[in-house]
Design a protein around this ligand. Structure first.
Ligand code: BGC
Length: 734
């Protein structure tokens, strides 16, 4: 017993030293940032180091100071000592991006940073010299590599540790339903399995270094237009089988620490203050046990929010202790969940800033470049126009607004400054030589005709808060058309968070590459792919439709010429109903059901080599479908292929899509190499939501199993039998 007490005291002492350093670090950060923030009179002062240290010494021996106790016990201990006023202060944001400090207990403020593709530097709040701009998460999804997603998450997490931020406000996983959504670049495409697997690995990477990840935005924030007032009406199956499906995985397999609720309303109530969304669905049915925070300014009614199951109202607000007295039970739950999350990630036991993580910057940068190389997607390559031969001599004309300044990311909270940016024009010159590359912002017909090839670099302006037109702006549309009309060897590079309208130029162009927003080294990766230093291996995580009128989302915009997609507005707005009438059919599920031809299907992406699929074998056990097949590289270059596995239940008792993705694997192969891969698919991935039983059903019957190189390029098929109906409470294997 004595021994135990002594060791506890020693640990507490060590922790107090750590805390001292930690407070110092945070104070230094704060002071260095203070010159920028002096103008901002609204900032609340941070407690100083001395106050926090003295406070701790008043609680010598308390359980919350002892890391030997669980996060839950420590949180309860603090809660038992808190006043009503302290609780009302903790449950609302502090200085916009912090969880409030608890000075009386010596507990520091916790800094929250945007966002999914790197750290968004906010100079007025937090001193940071640099942060890597990684390819947008839609590009990460285009790699189809969960391992890379984990590495990408760990790299951002390392940066958070290096600079002293505790919580990352990402990943975003709202499904791609509308090509016009201004934030598609921040999400992970249209398929819930792909998005869920990539986001889960990303979360594992972030949380591997004890930074809390925040899945966002829960739920159905699938467009930006009127994002504060769109009232989404979605049926029970679509809500679960599409929009929430990734979350089950992120919560149960990724153990994500925090969830951010969304701006929109769901079935008549703001998500961020909806008991149905937060208490009943997120925490009840899905089983989330962590910290639920609102999006910034998403709460219209604080009392409703407090009663809804939300734990943290962001970014600020005042709760009157007298008026909230009657809600003390709720304030207790909110405070306890906040504190448990903070203890779980060790925030109160360590310095926020750890210089040691600075030394890994070369690795973070490498991860950004590697992700871009693996994401960029070759959509078309007529007569093997690409790769460009580095030894040829003909001049290559480069044009378009994204050539000299290649956009590295979209705008808004997900924007990341980055450094050392590379651009397509400069990088092509490095590889092919200054002499071979000619730039012209507005080439003449003669210039285009005279060139050996033309590279047209186009972009869309994607950002938070507004949607964007599907069609290119007239200047870029004109430029592409002029190029392809005069030069069959025209290569179009698209820099965008999603699909764009391709008019006749799609047929005329020699090659088309989708680069997404490829991060600070995007220019390098694009040039390496154009010149064959890297063999492209990305696959589209969304469908590229021909016309926006083909999309299931078209009706949301009350389509008429000249509709203003930029309306969003803050604060209360009369809600506008948006019906997800297409139900469980978005993306390829929709286009296949409606038999609408697309420009490029989900999962599409070419390589400079070719692959053969053979020897498909499917075995079924009670828990899994085991799919084995051989993939051969039949060309002359090393390359990577993403094998996609879809399933179909043609004789279901309910309406189901023609097929749905249920597994995938990316395989790297040398020329002539064959690899045999086995992919295990948990049977929960084949379930649908039974609205009568309120459970996930694996229905008896014969299923089809389709293996392909894209959703529209199926190379092998098989069947398997499910003998009896089985119900599950969750659509993930736990
Ligand atoms: C965005 C969130 C973001 C938050 C904080 C909001 O406008 O919707 O994604 O994390 O701001 O910047």
């Amino acid at each position: 017993m004595t021994n135990r007490v002594i060791s506890v005291n020693r640990m507490t002492g060590a922790k107090n030293n750590l805390l001292a350093k930690c407070i110092l670090a945070i104070t230094v950060c704060w002071i260095s940032a203070s010159s920028a923030s002096e103008k901002d009179k609204k900032m609340k002062p941070m407690p100083d180091e001395k106050t926090l240290l003295e406070a701790r010494s008043n609680f010598e021996g308390a359980a919350y100071l002892n890391p030997a106790y669980s996060a839950e016990v420590r949180a309860k201990d603090v809660l038992s000592r808190m006043t009503l006023e302290e609780k009302t202060e903790l449950v609302v944001g502090f200085n916009e991006f912090f969880i409030a400090p608890l000075p009386r207990f010596g507990l520091r403020a916790i800094y929250l940073t945007d966002a999914s593709a790197g750290m968004h530097i906010r100079e007025n709040l937090f001193k940071m010299d640099k942060s890597v701009s990684y390819p947008a998460t839609v590009a990460l999804a285009a790699t189809w590599e969960p391992n890379l997603a984990q590495r990408y998450g760990a790299a951002i997490s390392g940066e958070c540790r290096a600079w002293g931020s505790d919580v990352l406000l990402g990943p975003g996983v709202n499904l791609y339903r509308s090509s016009e959504c201004g934030r598609n670049f921040e999400y992970m495409g249209e398929d819930p399995l792909l998005a869920g697997m990539m986001a889960t690995s990303y979360i594992r990477g972030i949380q591997s270094l004890d930074i809390m990840a925040t899945g966002k935005h829960f739920i159905c924030n699938n467009h930006e237009w009127r994002r504060h007032s769109s009232d989404i009406w979605v049926d029970e199956r679509a809500l679960r089988e599409l929009y929430a499906r990734a979350w089950y995985r992120m919560i149960h397999e990724g153990n994500v620490g925090a969830v951010m609720t969304s701006y929109n309303l769901l079935n008549g109530e703001k998500s961020s203050q909806s008991k149905a969304v937060i208490s009943d669905f997120l925490k009840g049915e899905i089983g989330f046990k962590g910290l639920a925070m609102s999006d910034w300014g998403a709460v219209w009614d604080k009392v409703k929010a407090v009663e809804s199951g939300l734990d943290l109202i962001m970014p600020k607000g005042q709760l009157d202790p007298e008026k909230t007295k009657q809600f003390e039970e709720n304030l207790n739950r909110m405070s306890e969940n906040i504190l448990t999350a903070c203890f779980r990630f060790g925030y109160y036991d360590r310095e926020a800033k750890d210089e040691h993580f600075m030394t890994a910057y070369p690795e973070y940068e490498k991860t950004a470049l590697e992700t871009a190389r693996r994401a960029i997607t070759l959509l078309k390559n007529k007569d093997q126009l690409l790769p460009l031969n580095p030894d040829a001599t003909g001049k290559i004309l480069v044009t378009g607004p994204a050539a000299e300044k290649t956009p590295h990311c979209g705008g808004g909270s997900g924007w990341v400054k980055g450094y050392g940016h590379t651009h397509i024009l400069g990088e092509l010159k490095k590889i092919l030589g200054d002499d071979r590359i000619v730039f012209s912002a507005s080439p003449t017909e003669a210039d285009l005709k005279a060139a050996a090839a033309v590279i047209v670099c186009i972009k869309t302006d994607d950002k938070e808060g507004t949607d964007r037109p599907f069609a290119l702006d007239p200047a870029q549309e004109g430029l592409v058309q002029k190029a392809v009309n005069n030069q069959p060897r025209s290569i179009v590079i698209i820099n965008s968070g999603g699909a764009i309208r391709m008019t006749d130029w799609k047929e005329q162009a020699g090659a088309i590459v989708h680069a997404y927003f490829a991060g600070q080294y995007g220019g390098t990766a694009i040039a390496e792919i154009l010149t064959g230093k890297v063999n492209p291996s990305g696959k589209l995580p969304f469908t590229m439709e021909k016309e926006f009128t083909d999309s299931p989302a078209v009706h949301d915009y009350e389509r008429s010429e000249g509709v203003d997609r930029t309306q969003h507005g803050w604060g209360y707005k009369p809600p506008v109903k948006v019906n997800y009438n297409e139900k469980i059919f978005i993306g390829y599920r929709w286009y296949e059901k409606k038999q609408i031809a697309t420009q490029y299907p989900f999962g599409h992406g070419l390589s400079y080599t070719t692959f053969d699929y053979s020897d498909l074998q499917v075995e079924k056990t009670a828990d899994h479908i085991s799919v084995t097949l051989s993939i051969s590289n039949t060309g002359s270059r090393a390359g990577a292929e993403t094998v996609q596995i879809y399933y179909a239940d043609p004789e279901s008792s309910v309406e189901r899509p023609n097929k749905e993705l249920c597994g995938f694997r990316k395989v790297d192969l040398m020329p002539g190499e064959t690899s045999t891969v086995t992919i295990q698919i948990p049977v929960q991935d084949l379930t649908f939501y039974d609205v009568i039983k309120k459970a996930w059903k694996l229905e008896a019957g014969e299923y089809r199993l389709l293996v392909g190189s894209s959703s529209a390029d199926i190379r092998a098929q098989s069947r398997f039998q499910q003998e009896q109906d089985v119900w599950f409470s969750l659509p993930v294997a736990k």
